[in-house]
Design a binder for this molecule. Structure first.
Ligand code: UDP
Length: 311
């Protein structure tokens, strides 16, 4: 197959590129490198089946040749990044998704939208099933990402219903693993950098808010299964093991083998109080369930962070 991954030089995009290359496919990675990094794809550049195209998908996409699959991952995804780039975030979720869908239609390609648990906002229902409509502050600081992704879901479903495009929507919950930017700003990269540098771990608010963390390889497996399914409605992919931020600090202490100092900082506005996926659909219809334990995934990610920080 010939596969386009938009945002292919980002954290998740680069892991998808790696998976498809390992399966013998041809991969085109398109990225404007706003939050992506060429270092993430450095290992693929010599592969004849891999091509990097520097392009902002919020602008018209011109790509010669046939395409079988398009996986649309282009977007800032860290709250720190989308606060820094609010307009590019809104544009890539709306205009970028429209362009990627138009390309999929022109090429008769199967299309997958990378959506997010953020479409549930600060959820009043937990765990969140796909049927939950969410609780989003559209004009708050996170609204630029949440609403862009909600629009992206809406236009993806419209292309499916109106144009018969073969679409998939994955709602991605917190995911972590090697290659996350050191300056990403999300919980796991922040705390791994702090652990390696011997700095206190920054806990926002009282640390009683919850998240659930999925290792990147599990997520990629779920996405590949979704692509190979015939499900057009959104599917949650994430790890349902819910933890408070303070529990997460304990897990890191277990890994470090010592107590770690903690520094409390103010809770950012609209920070969701809980987040946990209901993955019944993925389990029943895709036969998917995450298999990497937090301590193992964290150990692998810490090794990657250590090598990047000390090199
Ligand atoms: N958080 C924290 N310390 C940090 C970074 C994040 O306590 O250094 C908290 C943040 O307030 C949130 C949770 O960890 O409740 C997850 O935040 P993240 O930025 O990873 O992504 P989110 O799940 O909010 O999109």
């Amino acid at each position: 197959m010939r596969i386009l991954v938009t945002g292919g030089a980002g954290f998740l995009g680069s892991h998808l590129c790696g998976r498809f290359l390992a399966e013998g496919e041809q991969v085109i990675c398109m990225d404007n490198l706003l939050t992506g990094d060429k270092k993430n794809i450095a290992g693929f550049l010599k592969n004849k089946r891999f091509k990097f195209v520097k392009h902002d998908v919020s602008q018209h996409i011109k790509l010669p040749g046939a395409l079988d699959w398009i996986l649309h991952f282009a977007s800032p995804a860290s709250p720190v990044d989308y606060a820094k780039y609010p307009i590019p975030t809104l544009k890539v979720g709306s205009l970028g998704t429209h362009n990627a869908l138009g390309l999929a239609r022109a090429k008769s390609a199967k299309f997958l939208l990378a959506s997010t648990s953020e479409i549930y906002g600060d959820p009043a229902v937990s765990p969140q099933p796909e049927s939950y409509w969410g609780n989003v502050n559209c004009i708050g600081p996170r609204g630029v990402y949440d609403e862009a992704k909600r629009f992206a879901e809406a236009i993806t479903m419209a292309y499916h219903r109106i144009h018969g495009l073969d679409t998939r929507i994955v709602r991605i919950f917190n995911t972590y693993g090697p290659r996350m930017k050191l300056s990403d700003g999300r919980l796991i990269p922040n705390m791994l950098v702090q652990t390696v540098r011997g700095e206190p771990l920054t806990v926002y608010g009282d640390g009683k808010q919850t998240r659930s963390f999925c290792y990147v390889d599990d997520l990629v497996e779920g996405i590949v299964r979704l692509m190979n399914s015939n499900i057009h409605d959104p599917v949650n992919i994430g790890n349902p093991e819910e933890r408070t931020i303070l529990d997460f600090v304990k897990a890191l202490e277990g890994l470090a083998g010592k107590r770690l100092a903690v520094k409390h900082l103010p809770l950012p506005q609209d920070d969701p109080k809980v987040r946990c996926p209901n993955i019944t659909i993925a389990q029943k219809k895709l036969g998917w369930t995450p298999s990497v334990e937090l301590k193992d995934g964290l150990a692998r990610t810490l090794t990657d962070f250590r090598s990047r920080i000390t090199s």
